[in-house]
Write a protein that binds this ligand. Structure first.
Ligand SMILES: Nc1ncnc2c1ncn2[C@@H]1O[C@H](COP(=O)(O)OP(=O)(O)OP(=O)(O)O)[C@@H](O)[C@H]1O
Ligand SMILES: [Mg+2]
Length: 311
């Protein structure tokens, strides 16, 4: 059997992910969510699925990773089976209001009021619900492009908060109005592991692992389900037992390597004692942000998640 990183990775998991409507990649800021989302989207597209990669970040990083022009809110075709869209939550919310309010003039009036602006910007969970609502509509074929699966590069979490339970919050607040009903549909979708897969990205460092564990607890408590996959990104390579004679200038770098790796190992252990579900470990690679990094990490995801092939 070939060795897999980060056991236990469940055989057939990639198939399950590729048959979900939505794969949401979430986790603490800076752990590599955007890179992981790009790698996963590429992997699913390579398996023959039509994939839309949705980014919510106004900094627009994904186009660099895929080597296409920035989306600027439009849907950009990356290749035969992959598209990219950078969404602005308030614009998406305006679109949803236009769809739900049948009279165009009235819808225009609503979205131009300061009350709406205030509500769209400030109501808890509203923007997040809009992003998920948009992803749901695309995945159901109700909005373009026509794809099989949406991969969502979700905004960074904080303190176990997640956009995934925003729709619950919105249904509680809005009740039975048109947007409340939409939020209810989105909440039902997110609760269903057949439709939505949750991938938590983390690094093997204290705060990201803490947040990943809080996210798992939040998912269990609020949505009654665990995530499908944990991706531990950016691992330092194991420190060699013997380093031999080292030039004076390299000693500090070696000490740093040893120390970061020790932190990684400690945090991997902490994670393993709390999360026994599927996990993939990805190395820190000496590659710039770009397509080569995405391909290299995608290859590793596949070899970790595909059933091992006997030699
Ligand atoms: N495995 C890796 N090896 C090398 N570099 C990596 C790896 N993963 C991510 N990076 C780099 O780390 C930086 C942060 O990654 P990324 O933008 O994907 O994180 P993020 O979680 O999306 O951040 P944010 O929360 O700010 O959106 C990027 O420059 C990316 O190229
Ligand atoms: Mg990002």
């Amino acid at each position: 059997m070939t060795r897999r990183a980060g056991l236990p990775a469940r055989a057939g998991l990639l198939d399950r992910l590729s048959h979900c409507r939505l794969v949401a990649v979430t986790g603490k800021g800076g752990v590599g969510k955007t890179t992981i989302a790009a790698a996963l989207a590429r992997v699913l597209a390579a398996r023959g699925r039509r994939v839309l990669l949705v980014e919510v970040d106004p900094r627009e990083n994904l186009h660099q990773l895929l080597d296409v022009p920035p989306s600027g809110g439009a849907v950009i075709r990356v290749d035969a089976r992959l598209w990219l869209e950078n969404v602005q939550p308030v614009r998406v919310l305006e679109d949803l209001v236009r769809q739900k309010v049948a009279v165009a003039a009235l819808a225009r009036k609503i979205v131009s009021t300061s009350v709406f602006r205030h509500f769209a910007e400030g109501a808890p969970g509203m923007k997040e619900m809009a992003v998920l609502g948009h992803a749901m509509q695309v995945a159901r074929g109700e909005a373009k492009p026509r794809v099989d699966v949406v991969v969502l590069d979700a905004p960074a979490t904080g303190h176990g908060m997640s956009l995934l339970w925003a729709p619950l919050l919105v249904t509680e607040v809005l009740g039975k109005g048109p947007l409340g009903r939409l939020a209810g549909e989105v909440a039902d979708m997110v609760r269903d592991p057949g439709q939505v897969a949750v991938v938590i990205g983390t690094t093997a460092e204290e705060m990201p692992v803490q947040e990943a564990l809080e996210l798992i607890a939040g998912l269990r408590e609020r949505l009654g389900r665990p995530p499908e996959l944990m991706v531990v990104n950016g691992l330092y390579p194991p420190f060699p037992k013997h380093t031999g004679r080292v030039a004076a200038g390299a000693r500090a770098a070696l000490a740093l390597w040893r120390q970061r790796r020790e932190v990684n190992e400690r945090e991997l252990e902490r994670l393993a004692s709390a999360w026994r579900g599927p996990r993939v470990d990805l190395p820190l690679l000496a590659l710039e942000r770009g397509p080569a990094l995405v391909t290299a990490l995608g290859d590793r995801l596949v070899s970790a998640l595909e059933p091992a092939v006997a030699p």
